[in-house]
Write a protein that binds this ligand. Structure first.
Ligand SMILES: C[S@@+](CC[C@H](N)C(=O)[O-])C[C@H]1O[C@@H](n2cnc3c(N)ncnc32)[C@H](O)[C@@H]1O
Length: 238
């Protein structure tokens, strides 16, 4: 396995504009190893110099760290759970519904929630925000066109996207009724992952819901004032 010295990590962090030290060591090492081959450079310092002078190599490296797999209704059972059990009580409460998709990739996750809110008759009083570290993801998200499926104007009108590095910029203002942070923290080292979960818990309104990916959990939910309410879903209780 490629091992990377701390000084090399710092050089790559400056060149890539990413907080690499927060990602799992093995993930970063593997992505650096692949970049050395792809870019035909000898070591991490040389790679850092390349990323500083070549914007395309920099984008390739950023993309390889921030893996952007997503899809409409990805992990369908999670959207069924939202529609059947989790969102109806929020809708019935009659307040505005604020949804934040953290690491929204191409926006398909957030548009899927918009479709569900539309089916529940709550779209008009919903605001949905998607944030991601990669600008190119946000361009795709704003386009809202997927393999023969075009997002309807009514859904598009409720949705905004913004560039935000969770590890450097922190959360957007406001308290959220539903936060989706699926398949983002799986690439993080344990301590930054705990810090991210704490930040997400803090961002929720009381009784707000946090949905993680279908292989994820919060290590100590109670300490964050979060109660498990369904597989990979937590409610803010304090
Ligand atoms: C595997 S995708 C998950 C997409 C979507 N949440 C889903 O599950 O379908 C991970 C996303 O997290 C984003 N990401 C990675 N590191 C990030 C960071 N530090 N700040 C914000 N977004 C980040 C990536 O750009 C990517 O779009």
């Amino acid at each position: 396995m490629t091992t990377i010295a701390d000084s090399e990590t710092r050089a790559l962090e400056r060149a890539a504009g990413l907080k690499l030290a927060a990602y799992r060591d093995a993930h970063v090492a593997e992505r650096v190893r692949r970049a050395l081959v792809r870019e035909r450079v000898g070591d991490a310092n040389e790679l850092a110099r390349l990323l500083t002078r070549d914007p395309e190599a920099r984008s390739r490296f950023r993309r390889s760290i921030a893996i952007s797999v997503s899809g409409l209704f990805r992990d369908r059972e999670q959207f069924e759970l939202l529609e059947r059990a989790l969102l109806p009580p929020l809708v019935a409460a009659g307040r505005r519904i604020h949804v934040w998709s953290v690491g929204c990739a191409d926006g398909s996750e957030l548009y899927s929630v918009a479709v569900v809110l539309g089916r529940l008759g709550a779209l008009e009083r919903s605001f949905l925000l998607g944030s991601d570290v990669l600008e190119e993801n946000l361009e795709l998200a704003r386009r809202g066109a997927y393999d023969g499926f075009e997002v309807a104007p009514a859904h598009r009108a409720r949705v905004r996207f913004e560039q935000r590095d969770l590890l450097l910029d922190g959360p957007p203002r406001g308290k959220w009724s539903l936060v989706l942070c699926r398949n983002v923290a799986i690439y993080l080292a344990p301590r930054p992952k705990r810090a991210l979960h704490a930040l997400l818990a803090e961002s929720l309104a009381r009784d707000g819901l946090l949905m993680l990916g279908s292989s994820e959990r919060i290590a100590d939910a109670r300490a964050l004032g979060m109660q498990p309410v369904a597989p990979h879903v937590y409610r803010k209780v304090v």
